[in-house]
Design a protein around this ligand. Sequence first.
Ligand code: RIB
Length: 341
Amino acid sequence: MSTPSVHDVAKSAGVSVGTVSNVLNHPHKVSPATVKRVQKAIEALGFVRNDAARQLRVGHSQTIGLVVLDVRNPFFTDIARGAEDKAAEGGLTVTLGNSDESSEREAKYLDLFEQQRVFGVLISPYGDISARLDSMRKRGIPSVLVDRESPNSTFSSVSVDDIVGGRLAAQHLLDIGRRRIAFVGGPMAIRQVSDRLAGAQSAADEVPNAQIDVIELDALTVIAGRDAGAMILARAPHERPDAIFAANDLVAMGVLQALLMSSDGGPSVRVPEDIALIGYDDIDFASAAVVPLSSISQPSAQMGQTAVELLLNEAADPSADRRKVVFSPKLVVRESTAPRL
Ligand code: RIB
């Protein structure tokens, strides 16, 4: 028995070949009832489309390329999941890559996605890749920035205002009476980190005797946070901060571990009594920490979904204006910043 063709599917479903093609490539352009009827014919006939041949005809695959900084961070895992769920509604899939905060790795993924003629790119940029993304768009591959605004709105973007978020975190620590705040995060080349510090500094500048000391990290990981926490614990009590703002929850979890569980059996400190602690992202582990972590929440899954919607809009009408969607961060207060009784 010969392999069923797209013509056989069209005949069986009582629609045109073009409608079958739209169901396969742009299902959002077809009524749900027709999509269902065509999919039923595909299943009944056992039709399997030839992706390579299709790609040659329509010029791109049905895959979206997503590049994040580090998928080990649940913030980006949630973004990827939100993107995948929205992509699936449009008959698309998502391929994920980590730049690991390396411009070289970032460029290699963009090369790969361009060779694969992906439907489009979602990227949380590390380096300045505007020129690269612009040339890809000229070759028919649109991009949406994730977790970063686009300078002069060259690209659609979805992000959270990290300056507002950093200010919220520091203001909360100031409101519970802390004045010697350590900002633990880095590298500062990551815009999200430097914006959070800028927001925190703006809040501290408005309060007499408040100060922010920066402990810069070379990575936003639990281990880097733990090392910073051990360094703080090694200081004389009067030289330690009375509050710590960690640039994200992974760093905060590491700091918390070091502060509470001194490795050599030496002194530890009480959180929040001696040192209050707040993170950023409000990942699931934050609320489950041994001292539930206060944090600044970002709607990560919604950011992923919105990024795909912006990409579908641009693919449907490349001439449409770029859109900038900015979500507001929210303070989530838990035990790690409870006021002193
Ligand atoms: O990747 C750096 C940080 O920026 C993440 O923790 C998340 O907060 C993102 O916004």
